[in-house]
Design a protein around this ligand. Structure first.
Ligand SMILES: [Zn+2]
Length: 503
């Protein structure tokens, strides 16, 4: 193949894959938002037919052979990277015997069903054997891929390229050594912040008016971005000009939906701000979990939880909810949105205690995959760790080991990226502060300046670089977990009137 033929082949190949994926994403989004529940079964059946076709197309030996040839040609930085990403995915799929692949998918599908039943019944014993099977088949799949380091190392690398047990151990040890005692200190010595005023009754029709204010403040790109509602908020990208996000309104919370929107919009901007030259390619949608989460958490915590973010917005929100908010000052409001309290449910955790929830899952996963774990008592092990790190113990499986869906679908190695993303964001934020007077632009309704910085330094590159490379490119230094921990300790010492001591 000469260069021109190679480029033509890749264009056709990639377009066909993207077409299938767009169809699958559209069906999934439709099912998650407006489709009547009784239509789900038929829709899932058709989706599995389409995924099967995509699978066959991708693992066609002729296509793999051509991709491998292309891999060694100079087709430009972007296309070369794209082919590298395609090959990584294809190789993974092709290395599994078809029978095994089907069995694995069935185990995960069954896993989710059993997990849901066990969670509803609040009974870990119902899920235990299934979890064992899931772990066993997950391990077996990595034997087919060929274990490069250790099983869990390879799984970590799959969710965040370049990460390993050694690096995560370093990361989580720092969290364990510095944040666990600090959280205890905040609980014992900090002032009491009562956030019940944010949990009065806030009519949803009025919350929707607040959403409009927020969208205006964020310069929400309404021609390219759709906002809907679902049980669990999420983001999905169809193209650089079509990203869908969702939120969920709670009558007893003013801020739950607002922060979901800010978080998901952080994910959305990663796609909306990408360079046009990446349109339609794999690099436009293959950012790692940690990098993606760094952008949503950046907006949610580092920008959205600042007082300056609310200077323009809060007085307008007070006008919408005069009865509930008239006596609540801006300073009190900002204190309340930042409240920290050890809790049992990860998805409801505050910014400070969140990484401890992830630390617990990381330690358990590592043992489940690489070590030897007593599955019969895993729920108790979980509870012990909550007691050790957060000082509270779940009374049941629903608020303990059965709360998250991830393990039921075979997602081991995924959780750590949540904490990592938050930490990446701290380092990006530190860098942004060198160029931008963040509080000044936020207080003057200039979110566009924040957006432009993110676009220029991070978003436009899509998945061209991995997290390490991005960190170097943006901050000119390696990732350093202490920037994140320093940020949290400084912020919460101030908020909770803790006397700073060098620990
Ligand atoms: Zn997210």
């Amino acid at each position: 193949m000469d260069k021109e033929e190679a480029l033509q082949f890749y264009k056709n190949y990639n377009e066909k894959c993207q077409a299938y994926e767009l169809a699958l994403k559209t069906m999934f989004f439709d099912m998650s938002t407006i489709a009547p529940v009784n239509g789900n079964d038929y829709c899932i059946q058709m989706m599995s037919l389409l995924s099967g076709e995509l699978y066959d197309y991708m693992i066609n030996p002729d296509h793999i052979d051509k991709l491998q040839q292309l891999h060694h040609m100079d087709l430009g930085e972007i296309i070369n990277k794209d082919i590298q990403l395609s090959l990584k995915e294809v190789n993974k799929t092709a290395l599994l015997p078809k029978d095994f692949y089907i069995k694995m998918q069935q185990t995960y599908t069954k896993g989710e069903v059993v997990w849901r039943q066990a969670k509803n019944a609040n009974n870990y014993a119902m899920f235990k054997d299934c979890l064992k099977e899931i772990v066993a088949i997950k391990k077996q799949s990595y034997q087919y891929y060929g274990v490069k380091k250790t099983l869990y190392d390879d799984m970590l690398d799959d969710y965040e390229t370049g990460m390993s047990i050694e690096k995560y151990d370093h990361f989580f040890n720092a969290i364990k050594n510095r944040l666990v005692p600090f959280v205890k200190k905040v609980m014992n010595e900090g002032i009491f912040i009562d956030d019940t005023p944010l949990h009065q009754n806030f009519e949803i029709t009025k919350q929707e008016k607040v959403t409009e204010l927020l969208k205006d403040y964020l310069h929400f790109q309404k021609e390219n971005c759709y906002l809907g509602t679902t049980e669990h908020p999420f983001t999905t990208d169809f193209s650089l000009h079509d990203v869908r996000i969702t939120t969920k309104y709670l009558e007893n919370s003013l801020i739950s939906s607002l922060f979901s929107i800010i978080h998901e919009y952080g994910h959305a901007l990663y796609h909306l701000n990408m360079d046009e030259s990446l349109a339609g390619l794999k690099v436009a949608s293959s950012m790692t979990c940690g990098m993606h989460e760094s952008q949503s958490r950046f907006l949610e915590n580092y920008i959205g939880k600042r007082k300056s973010f609310w200077i323009c917005l809060y007085p307008q929100i007070q006008k919408i909810f005069p009865k509930q908010l008239k006596d609540l000052s801006l300073d009190q409001f900002v204190q309340m949105i930042n409240v920290s309290q050890p809790s049992l449910i990860r998805t409801e955790a505050d910014e400070l205690t969140y990484p401890l929830h992830i630390l617990i899952r990381y330690e358990l996963e590592k043992d489940m995959i690489n070590g030897d774990v007593d599955f019969d008592h895993l729920d108790q092990l979980w509870a012990d760790k909550y007691e050790q790190y957060l000082g509270i113990r779940p009374a049941d499986a629903k608020s303990g080991i059965l709360q998250d869906i991830h393990w039921s679908g075979g997602d081991f190695g995924y959780f750590p990226t949540y904490a990592l993303g938050s930490a990446f964001a701290a380092q990006f934020f530190q860098e942004m502060n060198k160029d931008v007077d963040v509080d000044d632009v936020l207080a003057h309704h200039h979110f566009d300046v924040i957006n432009d910085w993110l676009k220029e330094h991070i978003h436009r590159y899509g998945a061209l670089y991995n997290a390490n490379e991005m960190m170097q490119k943006v901050t000119h230094q390696d990732f350093d977990v202490n920037i994140y921990i320093d940020y949290l300790i400084e912020k919460y010492s101030c908020l909770y009137h803790i006397k700073e001591s060098k620990e």
